[in-house]
Design a protein around this ligand. Structure first.
Ligand code: MF3
Ligand code: CO
Ligand code: CO
Length: 257
């Protein structure tokens, strides 16, 4: 069931998104060679709790951590651990936060310590996929318009669009209807309405879009071992450009100008 959020509910989602954004920005600054993803996980949990929130990924269907930390060929749902990050690795950090009963969900990818132009190009392209998808996330458009925009750009660069996982509706639950695929046909699928809250979260691989799940039953990895990047925000559908609930004040039109 797709739910339309009212103004007071949206205001709570803004607050959850603002907290999550501040946490992710703090994590981003912390990332450098030698840091462990478990350290980032502990930091995320501490900052979310200090902000009055709950790290809602921890315990979600048994997931043991507050962030997903996915390195290189890990696409999503990587387990944080004590391994030191190395220069040139591609790290994706995905985090959810529950505040006053409302969820926010956001992810970013970085090249640890820089110096890996190929991976940086993938990271930049994945972000651009997100913005192009977000540009289509307008009341009256359909989900296929979002998916098509993401897919067309990624595939124009020769990248693979992971299909096994999608964006999603979000509200009091982390995952609500509808599914928001990163592929599709313009004019097809569910029509977007003002007051819907969804995530757009392209997962883009340098090689194949085909993936498998690791033995931990969580972590999704590319079948060909190629690096993969992830970028995500929580959005509110309006009559104009979407409001980025997990990035206060950021405008799609400013990025794509
Ligand atoms: N943040 C993920 C998403 O984008 C879901 C995380 S699964 C969890 O949908 F188990 F880590 F919570
Ligand atoms: Co997420
Ligand atoms: Co999500």
């Amino acid at each position: 069931m797709i739910t339309i959020k009212n103004e007071s509910q949206i205001e709570k989602m803004r607050k959850a998104g603002a907290l999550l954004h501040s946490v992710l920005e703090a994590l981003r600054k912390e990332i450098e060679p030698g840091v462990t993803t478990l350290h980032l996980d502990h930091m995320a949990e501490r900052l979310i709790r200090e902000g009055g929130g709950i790290p809602s990924s921890k315990g979600y269907e048994g997931f043991p951590f507050s962030i997903c930390a996915s390195v290189d060929d890990q696409v999503v749902h990587g387990f944080p651990d004590k391994t030191k990050l190395r220069k040139g690795q591609l790290l994706s950090v995905d985090c959810t936060c529950l505040l006053d009963g409302w969820q926010s969900d956001s992810a970013f990818s970085v090249v640890v310590g820089g110096g890996n132009a190929e991976a940086q190009k993938l990271v930049d392209a994945t972000e651009r996929c997100f913005w192009l998808g977000a540009q289509q996330a307008v009341a009256g458009n359909r989900l296929g318009d979002i998916g098509h925009a993401v897919q067309a750009y990624a595939e124009s660069l020769g990248y693979g669009v992971v299909r096994d996982l999608c964006g999603h509706g979000i509200g009091t639950e982390m995952h609500e209807d509808p599914n928001v695929p990163n592929y599709g046909n313009p004019g097809r699928g569910v029509r977007l309405q003002k007051g819907m809250t969804i995530t757009i979260e392209p997962m883009i691989s340098m090689g194949t879009w085909k993936v498998y799940c690791e033995d931990n039953n969580w972590t999704i990895v590319t079948r060909d071992g190629s690096p993969s990047s992830h970028y995500e925000h929580t959005l509110l559908i309006t009559d104009g450009e979407p409001e980025l609930l997990s990035w206060p004040g950021k405008r799609v039109s400013e990025v794509l100008k």
